[in-house]
Design a protein around this ligand. Structure first.
Ligand code: LLP
Length: 451
């Protein structure tokens, strides 16, 4: 590599900034570039705020999961959790890469089917699916419904009867495990609204009912212990409990678990000291644990499924904002206010999630002050980034927050009448609008008048 070319590489480590998309560079204009697209030019063309994804990185992450699982297990499946980020283009990538898809509502199913995603590769989740939704799942011939409660089991059996179809199902089991993550994204512990607990024979009873249901075909079990998980040991413990449960199901009901879906949850780096495990490491831990625990319980090896969301899209995405005001409260702090905020990234407010920021026009410039990046919403807590060193931020600058690719757009709102941003997929110097920016007209599209 020549010295000039080396200069164009983004020295992310040196600047101690969080993971930008893998193709990030500083180009000849000194601007931040992703997948060959200058972010400053994109802002001029598409306006701000916008989300941008490195399309190849999403594809690479999908492939990393498929390779990591299939190279270790004879029979495996990778299911993308579409709640992390979904749109027609995203579903197309997931389909092309051979992954399956997790949808958690009739709406997520609708998006998937509109993209022509193969229904037989869809897993449906949810703890409060309506009768209408259940009928729609059966009618759409989705591959699996993951049953979350006894009520749902009965309602799905009835919906399947009405549609004249035997519906393959998994039962979602709550293993009673604490994962080390934020309270709001713990899902595997006993006191959880999700799944059927192992305690007091609840899950075992559900297996008996599922086997007795005329219109359900029980194939196995699902668990999901939480999200943004760094320590992998809770997966091993949970898989051990699932193996014990599967053994008990065989003893009591003669049922052989053919499919074990161990959920998603792999953490990603948002910057700072974050050191998540990699995709390959996770796959190794999971496949080894299933193999060992099933052998210990004297059970046959099932098909193993994993269900990642965040680790496929988070680091591939970023958000770009325009700075609208810079305000110093003497002796306290400087606020840098941008043209988005909690309406496009709720995570700082909801979970105290930490992000970092940089300026796209001069990513390599030395920071001369420490600021707080504030959103534009009528809430004092609408702060996107805290204690961020930046080089002389000024009105009109393009401010970028990396790692916003998961649970950003999918949790966006129209608070304060803010239209949702555009979403761009970037590849080989081309930007494609995969979700267009909402217009003001869109804000009243669903409204009715009194007169
Ligand atoms: N499977 C099930 C059943 C899930 O509920 C979830 C996430 C996943 C898979 C994917 O988990 P992941 O690999 O993305 O961690 N809004 C929160 C995260 C909520 C996670 C909900 N379930 C956040 O922004 O951190």
């Amino acid at each position: 590599m020549t010295a000039a070319a080396a200069l164009c590489y983004f020295p992310a480590m040196e600047l101690a900034i969080p993971p930008l998309p893998q193709s990030s560079r500083v180009n000849a204009s000194g601007h931040l570039e992703v997948a060959g697209c200058d972010l400053v030019s994109l802002a001029r063309e598409y306006g701000t705020p916008f989300y941008a994804y490195d399309q190849q990185q999403i594809i690479d992450n999908c492939r990393a999961y498929v390779t990591a699982m299939s190279s270790r297990a004879d029979d495996s499946e990778v299911i993308y959790a579409s709640k992390a980020f979904t749109c027609l283009a995203m579903c197309q990538i997931v389909a092309d890469e051979g992954l399956s898809l997790d949808v958690a509502s009739g709406g997520e199913l609708y998006i998937a089917l509109k993209s022509w995603f193969p229904p037989e590769r869809i897993y449906v989740h949810g703890n409060a699916n309506s009768g209408g939704e259940l009928s729609r799942y059966v009618r759409s011939e989705v591959g699996h419904v993951v049953i979350d409660s006894l009520d749902e089991l009965e309602a799905l059996d009835a919906a399947a009867a009405a549609e004249g179809r035997r519906q393959p199902v998994l039962l979602r089991i709550t293993p009673g495990i604490e994962a080390h993550t934020h309270d709001f994204v713990q899902t595997g512990r006993l006191d959880s609204k999700f799944g059927l607990c192992l305690a007091e024979g609840v899950a075992l009873d559900a297996v008996g009912r599922a086997l007795a249901a005329d219109n359900l075909e029980l194939e196995g079990f699902h668990m999901h212990i939480g999200s943004q998980i760094f320590a992998l040991e809770p997966y091993v413990r949970a898989i051990g409990l699932m193996a014990d449960f599967a053994a008990e199901c065989r003893r009591r009901h003669g049922f052989e678990c053919r499919l074990l879906d161990v959920g998603g949850g792999l953490g990603v780096s948002y910057g700072g000291d974050d050191e998540p495990a990699g995709i390959d490491e996770l796959a190794g831990v999971i496949v080894d644990a299933v193999r060992e625990e099933m052998a210990r319980a004297d059970l046959a090896m099932p098909r193993i499924a994993v269900e990642p969301g965040r680790s496929i899209v988070a680091n591939a995405g970023l958000t770009a904002y325009t700075i609208e005001a810079v305000k110093t409260v003497p002796g306290i702090r400087t606020f840098v206010a941008v043209d988005g905020g909690m309406s496009d990234n709720l995570r700082p407010m909801l979970y105290g999630a930490r992000y970092e920021a940089l300026l796209a026009e001069r990513p390599l410039a030395e920071a001369d002050q420490t600021v707080t990046v504030a959103g534009k919403h009528c809430e004092s807590g609408d702060l996107l980034v805290r204690d961020q060193p930046l080089p002389d931020p000024a009105v009109g600058d393009l401010l970028v927050t990396p790692s916003t690719g998961a649970y950003g757009y999918s949790m966006a709102s129209n608070y304060n009448g803010q239209p949702r941003p555009a979403v761009l997929f970037l590849r080989d110097g081309d930007a494609r609008v995969v979700i267009r920016r909402e217009s003001y007209e869109d804000l009243v599209r669903l409204h009715g008048r009194l007169d």
